[in-house]
Design a protein around this ligand. Sequence first.
Ligand code: ASP
Length: 336
Amino acid sequence: MKKAILILYTGGTIGMAKTANGYQPTAGLLSKLMTEDRAFSHEDMPNYEIVEYTPLIDSSNMTLHHWNVLAKDIIKAYADYDGFVILHGTDTMAYTACALSFMISGLNKPVILTGAQVALTEAHSDARENLISALLLASRYCFPEVTILFNHYLLRGNRAHKIDAIGYNAFLSPNYPPLAEVGSELLAHTELFCAADTKPLDLHKYNPIPLAHFRFFPGFTLDTLEALFHNPLRALLLHTYGSGNVPTLDKKLFSLLEKEIARGVIVANCSQCLKGHVNMDSYATGRALQEIGVISALDMTPEAATVKLQFLCSISDDAAWIRQQYVHSLRGELSA
Ligand code: ASP
């Protein structure tokens, strides 16, 4: 029997058309183009239905509200479909993939996000190939996780990072291998999939969290960091050098951070390097952070490190619990 896939279409370049103000999402266009294209009704393809959101958005406009709606719609339709394909702009696709991966527990069906660098209306578009690959993978394999399909590779969603603003190979999974490859054959590395989640299907919503980022660079001033603390924060993500290092010559940095940590602010350490992991034991310039209670983002992408803070702070006020959960894998987002 043919599998049934639900396509949730949020917007993005994939279904945009050229306007006087640049590319913009155009209601109804994508489903029309898919209906006209015989590939989508090929016997190898699953049955699909499309839910088109109104308004369609450029993914730069994604909010927590959109994440909550998407997850709610997946849960509502869960029993009726074998898998879900989310059409999404590439700019914030990795954030949405992280968000969905954390907020849905008990997921045992594929949820694949895809999109395109060039709109489906254009001759050299990558949209058709991405869409066909996502539909085929969602119908052939029952991987119980949220993924991103782009340019022939299926990546764990909470491991993916957008690396190219223009090229077709837009996403990289720096610290976890691709879960599947689409070539003349579909090649799935089933041993890399997340284990089936035995918990009942459930949804945890996101709430707005006062979270700030601070990226170190030679010449930064402490005043700019201190300014972040003028309004109460719940979490701060530090983007540090190499394996999690910061300058140690001016001790005021540490007293500032220590004061915030004592007030219950979760301060996490994420490397500016995409590959490898934070190890605050390597250098004295990292250990100084560990000693005041900064927690490690290990090998999480900046997107996962951010969204995991938003997620944990949305579901709990208990700083000790959040600090403990942050360094453990919830959905395969980090290596133990
Ligand atoms: N700005 C677009 C978006 O993220 C880019 C894309 O779709 O690739 O919606």
